[in-house]
Design a protein around this ligand. Structure first.
Ligand SMILES: Nc1ncnc2c1ncn2[C@@H]1O[C@H](COP(=O)(O)OP(=O)(O)O)[C@@H](O)[C@H]1O
Ligand SMILES: [Mg+2]
Length: 225
């Protein structure tokens, strides 16, 4: 079953009088349960593409269909509902809410789903990423790597059908990074979570089923690993 369909997607920004084409006619399909790595140089449009696929942002032209929902036909509230139902997103820059503690940040998606066990579940997830002793810390009181792990626990909290991860181990030491990688791939294996990750790490990319190579906003080649 196709869980994500990206068809003729372009994204342009107007900068002054110039039009900047960040993504140029991108096409690919992803099947449910697959794991995919998106690789490419800095500035090639990887983060932009991930945001469009997750319905966080709108394409300028083209179509993105996630689990049967065509984002271009939905308004912002409807897109948020689709994200809340199906999507986990690990942001490159974490995007934690600064006024909430680590625990409260992870509880947000659980409370949106009105889960009564939000606190217990969020605690378990933070323990899993090695932050059991940082529950009441605010984001400014956490290191970059710790904030990244809170962001990861929050993405897991949704029990997403599809997990997007933007350089999920970019701020972690090797040992912690390996632990997080294993958690992500376990989710793919045990729960069938579709995994789409952006990475600079060739070893991490090789662990996925398929690598999409993007350069200057275009797909270069899709190789099967
Ligand atoms: N909101 C924006 N307005 C204008 N240009 C943007 C915006 N967001 C991203 N860009 C540009 O789009 C290009 C791709 O960015 P990005 O998707 O973050 O690349 P990557 O994640 O591959 O490093 C960059 O050149 C960046 O400057
Ligand atoms: Mg990026």
């Amino acid at each position: 079953m196709t869980i994500l369909k990206v068809k003729n997607v372009s994204k342009t920004y107007q900068s002054g009088s110039k039009k900047l084409t960040v993504l140029d006619e991108i096409n690919f399909d992803i099947q449910s349960g697959e794991s995919i790595a998106i690789v490419g140089p800095s500035g090639s449009g990887k983060t932009t593409l991930l945001g469009l696929c997750a319905g966080l942002d709108s394409a300028t032209t083209g179509s993105v269909v996630l689990n049967g929902n065509a984002f271009e036909k939905l308004n912002e509230d409807q897109r948020a509902a689709v994200r809340n139902q199906y999507v986990g997103f690990i942001f490159q820059n974490f995007q934690l809410l600064p006024t909430l503690t680590a625990l409260e940040n992870v509880m947000v998606p659980l409370e949106l789903k009105k889960r009564k066990d939000a606190k217990e579940k969020a605690t378990i997830l933070l323990e899993k990423v090695g932050l059991g002793d940082r529950l009441t810390h605010y984001p400014t009181q956490l290191s970059g790597g710790e904030q990244q792990r809170v962001s990861i626990a929050r993405a897991f909290a949704n029990e997403p059908k599809i997990l997007f991860a933007d350089e999920p181990t970019g701020n972690l030491d090797t040992e912690t990074g390996d632990m997080i990688e294993d958690l992500i791939f376990d989710m793919n294996k045990d729960q069938g979570t579709t995994l789409i990750l952006v990475t600079h790490d060739p070893e991490l990319a090789k662990r996925t089923n398929r690598i999409i190579n993007i350069k200057g906003g275009k797909i270069q080649e899709a190789s099967y690993g």
